[in-house]
Ligand binder design. Structure first.
Ligand SMILES: Cc1cc2nc3c(=O)[nH]c(=O)nc-3n(C[C@H](O)[C@H](O)[C@H](O)COP(=O)(O)OP(=O)(O)OC[C@H]3O[C@@H](n4cnc5c(N)ncnc54)[C@H](O)[C@@H]3O)c2cc1C
Length: 314
């Protein structure tokens, strides 16, 4: 077997990937974690995480960075770059990153999820020019301005609350006639003087020259539409309507659940021996930091057992 072969390559340094790196390193596996963005993944786009046990009110960037540092201190190596392809080798796997081909006995894919577009006209073309999916990243551009927040779940409420500290006015646009978020989060949001809610309301179109200058809204029951106009740049739209699993790398090797996530067994194994998937990219009922971290720990432990079985059989 090639001596430059890693025991495990982990793809992604979000909560699932960093935790997989931590557990793999603590099991004395030679593990490399590869990240194309910044450690923390999605949670690095959240200003506050208030439900990770033992760490109340920690910032998302800090939590992601602490997870990475913990894994590195345990012995995991980190490299920055995008994995372009995974190939099944004989034995193990080959992955391409930064123009190099790396080899590993096992691969743990923890590529997470990306924000799902709300689907209105102009959403794509005004991305970064009035449309945002990250309040932590872009909220500051709307100091004393108006922001519309699309979504009725926990993320929408959490980020709406954050934006209410910056913007003059926060308008929550909820598709249904009630929030899906937990009561506590909704109550906190509704207690803010500068927050208003429009239930049964969606955006159908945004228009403008350089930035958004008008928004067309639709009442979801009556289908009645109305338009609001403003000076370009004086209003923004933040979309929090869910996330889609990032699964392209593993498409040839796995099967998918109805939510588009990868189906694994309880040990995070996929249809392909030695290939594990962990975190939000899996088909699962709850996509949170704690479930992602749990998946990562289980995947690394299963990778260890799998490597032991290879050694025993050779
Ligand atoms: C705005 C927001 C607020 C949230 N708030 C909370 C909260 O308060 N509490 C909570 O528990 N959860 C919260 N979540 C959900 C939580 O962030 C996710 O469940 C969690 O981050 C999933 O972790 P993950 O490691 O599976 O995936 P991700 O966090 O998505 O990380 C995946 C990583 O893989 C990397 N990657 C993908 N493809 C490649 C590739 N080809 N090569 C290299 N790297 C790659 C990505 O860059 C990313 O860093 C929130 C999410 C959002 C968007």
């Amino acid at each position: 077997m090639d001596s430059s072969m890693y025991d495990s390559i982990v793809i992604g340094a979000g909560p699932a990937g960093s935790t997989a790196g931590l557990y793999a390193a603590r099991a004395s596996l030679n593990v490399l974690v590869v990240e194309r963005g910044i450690p923390g993944g999605q949670i690095a786009t959240s200003h506050l995480v208030d439900n990770y046990p033992g760490l109340p009110d920690i910032g998302g960037v800090e939590l992601g960075e602490r997870m990475r540092a913990h894994a590195e201190a345990a012995g995991a190596s980190f490299e920055y770059g995008a994995i372009e392809q995974i190939r099944k080798g004989e034995p193990g796997f080959e992955v391409d990153v930064n123009g190099n081909t790396l080899m590993a006995r096992t691969v743990i894919v923890a590529s997470g999820a990306v924000p799902r577009p709300a689907g209105f006209k102009g959403e794509n073309s005004f991305r970064g020019r009035g449309i945002s999916y990250c309040a932590t990243c872009d909220g500051m551009f709307y100091r004393n301005k108006t922001v519309y927040v699309v979504g009725g779940g926990n993320s929408a409420c959490e980020e709406g609350l954050f934006l209410s500290n910056i913007a003059k006015r926060v308008v929550m646009l909820v598709r249904r006639d009630e929030f899906r978020a937990s009561r506590g989060r909704v109550d906190l949001l509704l207690a803010r003087d500068n927050v208003e809610v429009r239930y049964l309301t969606s955006i159908v179109e945004v228009t403008g020259e350089r930035f958004i200058g008008s928004i067309t809204f639709e009442h979801n029951d009556t289908k009645e539409c109305y338009v609001e106009t403003f000076d370009e740049g004086s209003a923004g739209v933040f979309v929090f309507t869910g996330n889609d699993p990032v699964v392209e790398l593993v498409r040839p090797y796995v099967t998918f659940g109805p939510d588009g996530g990868v189906i694994t067994d309880d040990s995070m194994s996929t249809d392909t021996p030695g290939l594990f998937c962990a975190g939000d990219m899996r088909s699962k009922p709850l996509r949170q930091v704690i479930t992602a971290a749990s998946d990562g720990a289980i995947a690394a432990t299963a990778a260890y057992v799998y490597i032991q079985s290879l050694t025993a059989n050779s």
